[in-house]
Design a protein around this ligand. Structure first.
Ligand code: PMV
Length: 353
């Protein structure tokens, strides 16, 4: 599948300027992507669900000039920074899609979640950006919509791997695996066979620490290259994925908890056991986990996961009636805790401004 269209499509621009805008969600991984190969390809397949309330809105004003030789972009009025990651993203993309070199972009973004609460905005940020760039290509050259979302997933992946999984509703898998036909390292695919008990999964995001991470995800992926448990990790991820796909189909909550918690703690254990050992969970993360464990029974639908940071995502469904009591307990045990109530979401939407 081609990322952008071929250069022969870039004849006769239909328009020279315009504005596009997209809202795109963040996602939370259940099977974690931790370690990459080549350029932005995953060492193991990962699976996440799209969030509803944590999203980025991005709008881009563009102008196209065939005489211009290098892409120019300006970040205005935004929460994203013009950092090295973004520069690399545009450099790689403009080599793949030379029409970008004729563009001048004014990029504006807004996150629905408060700035610097320790929630990664790269998944929602890069997926929104990818959607806008593909829309610009479509508008200027009046192109058809073929494979729009898989192509957007590929473009988003080049900015941030986890962003590849933010392009569709529900549950999404990124990375080639024999367990899902059509799966590929290039872009994410949607997993459609989801039991009703998981299709309305809720995520209480517990923000316990807002300080920026001491070690970035990029550094974490890099450390996996020489990690002593590397091969064991990738085979564990394959096994957990195989089991989780079955569980998501049959609604087996009790096995779900085991796999989800194992993935979360393994992610942090890998950080602690890498050559440059480090810790992103804090005593406050452990307090939250402790509260979850107190409320968890063998039968109830309550578990937790974590991203590469100290905050904890408490996962539950409507059948868990004690969520208010759990919140009260967390407030009393974890000073300054903040909550974001989230759930499985519907994927990106185009914004008409
Ligand atoms: O997309 P990146 O490069 O920021 O990596 C994110 C990795 C985790 O969030 C820790 C796990 C995942 O699969 O989302």
């Amino acid at each position: 599948m081609k990322l952008f269209n071929s250069s022969s499509s870039y004849k006769n621009p239909m328009i020279n300027s315009g504005k596009v805008a997209w809202r795109s969600p963040s996602n939370i991984a259940l099977i974690k992507y931790w370690g990459k190969k080549e350029y932005q390809l995953p060492s193991n397949a990962s699976l996440s669900f799209t969030l509803k309330n944590c999203f980025t809105e991005t709008s881009i004003e563009y102008s196209y000039d065939e005489g211009q030789r290098k892409i120019s972009y300006e970040i205005i009025d935004s929460e994203i920074k013009n950092d090295k990651k973004l520069d690399k993203f545009f450099k790689v993309l403009s080599e793949l899609a030379p029409f970008l070199n004729h563009l001048s972009l004014k990029i504006k973004t807004r996150n629905s979640f408060p700035h610097s609460v320790g929630i990664a905005s790269s998944a929602s940020g890069y997926s929104a950006l990818a959607l806008c760039l593909l829309d610009i290509e479509k508008e200027i050259f009046d192109l058809p919509n073929n494979n729009f979302f898989p192509r957007a997933s590929t473009v988003a992946r080049l900015g941030s791997g986890s962003a590849a999984r933010s392009l569709y509703a529900g549950f999404n898998l990124w990375g080639e695996t024999k367990y899902v036909s059509g799966s590929t390292d290039e872009y994410a695919v949607n997993i459609q066979e989801i039991h009703k008990d998981f299709s309305k999964l809720k995520d209480l995001i517990c923000i316990v620490d807002e300080t920026p991470k001491s070690v970035s995800s990029s550094q974490g992926h890099e450390l996996m290259k020489e990690h002593p448990y590397r091969e064991q990790r990738f085979s564990q991820a394959r096994e957990n994925l195989n089991n989780l796909l079955e569980i998501l189909k049959n609604g087996d909550w009790s096995s779900f908890k085991g796999i989800i918690e194992n993935e979360a703690l393994t992610l942090h254990a890998l950080m602690m056991s890498s050559a440059h050992s480090y810790m992103l969970m804090t005593p406050l993360s452990l307090k939250v986990i402790d509260c979850v464990k107190k409320f968890q029974t063998k039968e109830n639908h309550l578990t937790y996961t974590m991203d590469a940071g100290p905050n904890v995502h408490i996962l539950y469904d409507e059948s868990f009636a004690d969520i208010q009591n759990l919140k009260n307990e967390l407030r009393s045990k974890v000073e300054h805790i903040k909550f974001i109530d989230d759930e499985v979401g519907e994927g990106p939407v185009r914004i008409h401004e």
